[in-house]
Ligand binder design. Structure first.
Ligand code: ZN
Length: 136
């Protein structure tokens, strides 16, 4: 499958599929979408402490694109926290830059940078292996 235009390289797949607010929910709120590239830019800038230039190089995008993605991500997170709205993580224009797999047996995520066909978990040996969403 070809990468979408303006695809953003993502180093590590998310551990979760979203967030749910605690203590308040009227059940009528549509979840906010946080795209994979938005989570990646938050991870690189706020969690890892990289500069926007470094993040742009890792994501294979221009610095101005990273700035735009970062602004969208911050706005989504701010709205979720202030208004108490659920957040769901979706793939958007992000792609995982190596082959990641999930084992249904032991719940471990592992990658296979050489891209070889994997049919067995590296940890428990289970054959219940799923290639993670967003891989190209
Ligand atoms: Zn396993």
């Amino acid at each position: 499958m070809a990468r979408p235009r303006h695809a953003n390289s993502v180093q590590i797949p998310p551990r979760i599929k979203g967030f749910t607010p605690v203590g308040y929910c009227n059940g009528e709120c549509e979840p906010l979408l946080l795209y994979l590239e938005e989570l990646e830019v938050i991870r690189l800038l706020d969690y890892e402490g990289l500069s926007q230039e470094e993040a742009a190089r890792l994501m294979q995008r221009s610095r101005s694109s990273v700035t735009r993605i970062y602004q969208r991500a911050r706005a989504t997170i701010a709205k979720a926290l202030v208004e108490g709205v659920e957040v769901k993580i979706e793939s958007g224009n992000g792609f995982l830059n190596c082959n990641w797999f999930f084992c249904s047996g032991c719940k471990v995520r592992f990658n296979n940078p050489k891209g070889n066909v994997t049919n067995e978990c590296v940890l428990c040996g289970s054959t219940e292996i799923v290639k993670m969403e967003g891989c190209v």
